[in-house]
Design a protein around this ligand. Structure first.
Ligand SMILES: [Zn+2]
Length: 220
């Protein structure tokens, strides 16, 4: 059983890596944000509780997030492990996960922390283009610099998004690192590895798989 936790700010590319790891390792990638959205959409009992919190401007607290993850990890597809993206988000959630895994006889998680500087996110987001007509987001590749990119759906010329400006990005990253400091400090004492998020997605996937292979060998 391999539990993998992906930490990192928005724009660090960890969602892409969660999907890559899931495919390579044959274990599910679990996005807690997605679970919550689905529960709200299907108007489940849990979804109704989440909706009430969000409508009243409150955050989804540790207890509810822990409950969601406990339920999800009990599903049969998690028997060989899983990749967690978006959880834990607080030190309290990390303690809870540790205890939950221990109860199930599993090892503590392998943690990958996607580290990215504001300049790197700014550069990455500067490659992002949006269709002003249908809202689809595309990533411009280096070889199309200087040429107009057109929307795959409707052929409209793509534009840069105005809200991905450098000041807003710096502010988002500062808030993220303040909020995650305690969580990162906790994990640094365990199986923890920083990942330079500026590499290409393929390079990052190879690095993650190499680390996992190595850590399995140590465990055996
Ligand atoms: Zn379009």
């Amino acid at each position: 059983m391999t539990t993998i936790v992906l930490l990192g700010p928005p724009g660090s590319g960890k969602g892409t890596q969660a999907a890559e790891l899931a495919e390579n390792l044959g274990i599910p990638a679990i996005s807690t944000g997605e679970i919550l959205r689905r529960e709200v959409q299907t108007k489940s009992e849990l979804g109704a509780r989440v909706q009430t919190l969000l409508t009243s401007g409150q955050l989804v607290g540790d207890a509810l997030m822990n409950e969601v993850v406990t339920k999800r990890l009990a599903q049969p597809d998690c028997v060989d492990g899983c990749i967690l993206d978006g959880y834990p988000r607080t030190a309290q959630q990390a303690f809870f996960l540790e205890a939950l895994l221990r109860q199930g006889g599993a090892d503590p998680p392998m943690v990958f922390d996607f580290v990215v500087s504001p300049e790197e996110v700014i550069e990455r987001l500067s490659l992002r283009r949006q269709c002003p007509k249908c809202g689809m987001i595309f990533s411009a590749e280096f070889d199309v610099y200087g040429k107009d990119m057109l929307c795959d759906r409707d052929g409209t010329a793509l534009v840069r998004r105005a809200d991905d400006n450098p000041d807003a990005i710096r502010e988002r990253l500062a808030i993220y690192s303040r909020n995650s400091a305690e969580l990162v400090a906790f994990y640094k004492a365990g199986r923890y590895r920083e990942i330079r998020a500026i590499q290409s997605p393929e390079e990052i996937t190879s690095e993650l798989l190499a680390v996992l292979k190595g850590s399995n060998r140590i465990a055996v």
